[in-house]
Design a protein around this ligand. Structure first.
Ligand code: PMP
Length: 402
């Protein structure tokens, strides 16, 4: 049951906000009584408006990489806030950050900054079309690339023309790529893919390296651009780009979420091939050049590198996944934990409408652990061994009660 504070807020919101709360942050479908308003975050913890504390394994759907209010990020933010944020021109930090991104991400030779993941994926398509002078883009069925008309999961208010030049393929399915390529003919501008299949509510699927290499080879053969949507995975799977360990380099990559530990920033990175087009397209926004999120990003990257954060998240994510699977096995529960260990998704096989997964998430919330029943979770560098024990203590208890 929601509290009086929560009920009053919901009532006021319903009067003045469409849908009470719109988009992915509406929690009404999570589980009965899921908190709709949070008031505070510190490290690995978040507090709802009732003052209840949770260990956060959703991390604001990805932006929180080092825990809430990481002291080094906050110090950089405060320092920059005292100087300026939104000005007539960018601050010098834009140059520092572009250099930093180019030095970290192997395929990148240039960087542009914007606000949301959707800005970055949408600009990537524009640049691919400008670079090739062609129209068609191959997109994976069911993949999320943002909330613009070309990619939103809802068709309400979307004109057919908004999607006229998209051709859909199935993730990890080489034959479906070749079929889509045949359909595109000589009008192929690019192929967009996420580093692994992380569609909401579904069992997740890591990329088949042969599939990734096939995308690269077909883009080369067709003189088209390969676009990697790093918005969700970026800085969690690998420091130098999610497909760098596979040796598959995209021409363009779209980043956001974890880049600035919660401050609003996204980036489009590209190679030499896409540079001229990136220079020619019209790309800008009133807040795209703000300095504070760039200061946050520089600090976020520094902490990640100094503390070997990617390796640490890999270790704690792998221990989390192993622990969850072990608990389910001992209890004979049909749990599936899929996706990358730093972004795992737990659900139960054979359930209808994620009924058991929903009860699991609800039980975790009651005991002070926040996970999502229809979206992958996120491990942050703030999850240490002690917290991991606490997390597994809670999940074990909840699974026992299922
Ligand atoms: N691409 C992916 C893979 C995402 O996960 C998201 C956000 N969930 C986006 C694009 C869109 O990002 P934003 O919500 O910041 O516009």
């Amino acid at each position: 049951m929601s509290s009086l504070i929560e009920r009053q807020l919901l009532e006021r919101a319903a009067a003045v906000i469409p849908g009470t709360i719109y988009g992915h942050q509406n929690t009404s479908t999570h589980w009965p009584g899921a908190p709709q308003f949070f008031s505070r975050g510190e490290g690995a913890y978040i507090w709802d408006v009732n003052g209840k504390r949770y260990i956060d394994l959703l991390c604001s759907y990805g932006p929180i990489l080092h825990g809430h209010h990481h002291p080094k990020v906050e110090e950089a933010v405060q320092r920059q806030m005292r100087l300026a944020d939104c000005q007539n021109t960018p601050s010098p930090l834009i140059v520092d950050l572009a250099e930093r991104m180019v030095s970290i991400v192997e395929h990148a030779q240039w960087a542009m900054f914007m606000k949301n993941g959707t800005d970055a994926t949408t600009l990537a398509l524009t640049v691919a079309r400008a670079a090739t002078g062609r129209n068609k883009i191959l997109v994976a069925e069911g993949a999320y690339h943002g909330a613009a008309p070309w990619c939103t999961p809802s068709l309400h208010g979307v004109a057919p023309a908004d999607r006229a030049h998209l051709i859909y393929y199935r993730y990890n399915d080489i034959a479906s790529i070749d079929q889509a390529l045949a359909e595109a003919g000589n009008d192929l501008a690019g192929i967009i893919a996420s580093p692994f299949r992380h569609d909401a509510g579904l069992v997740q699927e890591l990329v088949n390296p042969t599939f990734a290499r096939h995308l690269r080879a077909q883009c080369d053969r067709n003189d088209a651009l390969l676009i990697l949507d790093e918005v969700r995975c970026g800085l969690r799977l690998a420091f130098g780009g999610s497909w760098q360990p596979l040796g598959v380099m995209p021409d363009l990559s779209a980043w956001s979420k974890a880049l600035a530990n919660g401050y609003p920033l996204s980036a489009l990175l590209g190679n030499a091939r896409a540079r001229q087009a990136a220079t020619e397209v019209f790309a800008t926004g009133s807040f795209w050049f703000s300095a504070v999120p760039m200061a946050a990003a520089l600090a976020t990257l520094q902490v990640l590198e100094e503390e070997d954060g990617v390796a640490r998240m890999h270790r704690s994510g792998s221990a989390l996944v192993a622990g969850l699977l072990d608990q389910a096995r001992v209890l004979g529960l049909p749990a599936s934990v899929t996706g990358h260990p730093t972004m795992p998704y737990l659900c139960f096989e054979g359930e209808v409408d994620r009924e058991m997964t929903t009860r699991f998430a609800q039980g975790c919330a009651q005991r002070g652990l926040y996970v999502h029943p229809r979206h992958n979770w996120f491990v942050s560098t703030a999850i240490d061994e002690k917290l991991l024990d606490e997390v597994l203590g809670i999940t074990g208890e909840v699974m026992g009660g299922l």
